[in-house]
Design a protein around this ligand. Structure first.
Ligand SMILES: *Cc1c(COP(=O)(O)O)cnc(C)c1O
Length: 496
């Protein structure tokens, strides 16, 4: 299996190259030349297998330059019962007649990003050994909250790697901030940026081509890679859980093999929902892909009009991991939908970087509408959805998942679609305790984060994850906050 760049078809690399490089030289994203196909029998045969076995079955079709032993080692180091508080790695909770919440937050940092970021460091070190032996991998991350912590936890003390994370100082929840500032590990660093997530992200992008930084890397025998969801090594592991969940529903008798299911994904950078789209392309029986946004509804507008326009106010919402105006992975989808026309992609994405806007062709818009439904909800609707789900089903969900549930309800109301539906549940409610408490408790919410956790445990009966409770005792290691202009300096310091 080879990978092409979305901005240059003639670029053709192995999985190891795609993963160690992160992004193609001309700025395109790596995509599989052809998706591997799974028959219904093969999908059915996953029922009853462990998560690791399913992951190996699926990933071996993408990472064809990895030996069986290498892939086994990567997968078995990532998904362990020490790191995940569920033997199944992910869990499924039924809410209502047709909806299943796919809980993807049983990993060490309590967000779905662990599903990929526990595996990525292993894929990356194997890939680097194959393509750039002897080099140290330097990973820079811009985070809207969850990626940063999941990446830090995945990379901590992994030999041959070093990592620096930038987060928007006012753009993450208290618990997210505490998770990052108390991070352990000799090879990792964390720095706050006085700006929003897009500032952090474009700052990191610039550093990748900064001449002073590149000279320093060369001198130290280091290379840059990426842990953001532009890296193929982060996307591929996300395909696994959609196929695994489908097989589990078959196993539990909730659906028959071959039945279609809808998939709802609370979306930010478009990585998680793109993985679901790829799963469909590989043969998973999927009906509609429902893309749920918060008040930053650039994707909802895009899916309705075909115009992507980031020239709008950025809102900070109770679902901060979805506060994004540039959804990077959309580029991969559009590449596929426009018939792999790299010239077309170059045109749209250069318009995006120059004018902040592009418009797809009517043909592509038609294809988008066939595959996707886009919806959004306001901050108030997010909070009230949490309360409603809790009262109706006794199920406590976080703010991001609540956006998914609300948009799903709107979708059902508008279409009457009775199809069974998987809703990606992307974070533990305890990561966003303040907002979740507001939704289920009419008394004033205590200021202190851990008092909030205690109260939420009392009200919901759901135990808080041990990894979040442990933060209370941890020392804050990273206190720096810098203007975005200073990011280059921070990186140069870290490389030394
Ligand atoms: C990152 C994140 C999202 C958005 O996922 P994308 O792949 O960026 O679309 C949604 N919810 C939570 C909790 C997240 O951490």
């Amino acid at each position: 299996m080879y990978y092409n760049s979305t901005r240059d078809n003639s670029c053709r690399v192995t999985a190891a190259q795609a993963i160690s490089q992160g992004i193609s030289a001309e700025g395109g994203l790596f995509v599989p030349e052809n998706l591997p196909k799974f028959s219904l029998e093969e999908i059915g045969s996953m029922a009853g297998k462990s998560y690791n076995e399913k992951a190996k079955m699926i990933l071996s079709r993408f990472l064809t330059d990895f030996t069986e032993e290498e892939l086994n080692r990567c997968v078995d180091s990532a998904y362990t019962s020490e790191k995940f508080d569920s033997d199944n790695i992910s869990e499924i909770a039924k809410v209502g007649e047709n909806a299943y919440l796919l809980e993807l937050w049983h990993g060490p940092t309590c967000a779905f990003k662990d599903m990929a970021l526990q595996l990525l460091p292993h894929l990356l070190t194997v890939s680097a050994e194959k393509t750039v032996p002897g080099k140290e991998i330097v990973v820079l991350v811009a985070t809207s909250g969850d990626t940063g912590k999941a990446a830090l936890e995945g990379f901590r003390d992994v030999p041959g790697t070093r990592m620096l994370v930038f987060y928007p100082v006012h753009g993450v929840s208290n618990m997210q901030k505490l998770q990052m500032t108390t991070q352990e590990g000799k090879n990792v660093g964390v720095c706050a940026i006085e700006g929003n997530f897009d500032d952090a992200q474009s700052g990191v992008k610039k550093i990748f081509t900064d001449p002073a930084v590149l000279a320093e890397l060369e001198k130290n025998n280091q290379i840059f890679s990426s842990a953001n969801s532009i890296n193929w090594g982060r996307l591929a592991p996300q395909i696994v859980y959609y196929m695994a969940a489908y097989a589990s529903l078959v196993e539990q008798g909730e659906i028959a093999l071959g039945d279609q299911v809808n998939i709802v994904v609370p979306t930010g950078n478009f990585g998680n929902i793109l993985a679901a789209y790829y799963a469909k392309g590989m043969g998973l029986p999927v009906g509609r892909l429902i893309c749920a946004s918060n008040r930053n509804k650039v994707l909802t507008d895009f899916l309705r009009t075909g115009v992507y326009d980031r020239n709008r106010t950025f809102h900070t919402t109770p679902s901060p991991s979805m506060d994004i105006l540039i959804s990077s992975n959309l580029e991969r989808l559009l590449y596929d939908l426009c018939g792999k026309d790299d010239g077309q992609i170059r045109e749209w994405f250069s318009a995006l970087s120059k004018e902040g806007r592009y418009q797809v062709t009517p043909q592509v818009l038609t294809r988008l509408k066939e595959e996707f439904y886009g919806g959004y909800c306001t901050d108030e609707e997010t909070i009230s959805a949490i309360g409603k789900i809790f009262r109706k089903y006794g199920y406590l969900c976080d703010t991001h998942t609540a956006v998914g549930v609300k948009v799903y309800e709107d979708y059902v109301q508008q279409t009457g679609d009775p199809m069974k539906t998987i809703i990606a549940s992307t974070a533990s409610p305890y990561k966003f305790t303040g907002s979740v408490l507001k939704a289920i408790c009419s008394d004033p919410v205590p200021e202190d984060d851990f008092a909030q956790v205690e109260l939420l445990e009392k009200l919901s009966g759901l135990p808080a994850p041990a990894s979040l409770l442990a933060l209370k005792e941890k020392e804050v290691r990273f206190k720096r906050s810098v203007p975005k202009e200073q990011m280059v300096e921070e990186v140069l310091q870290m490389l030394k």
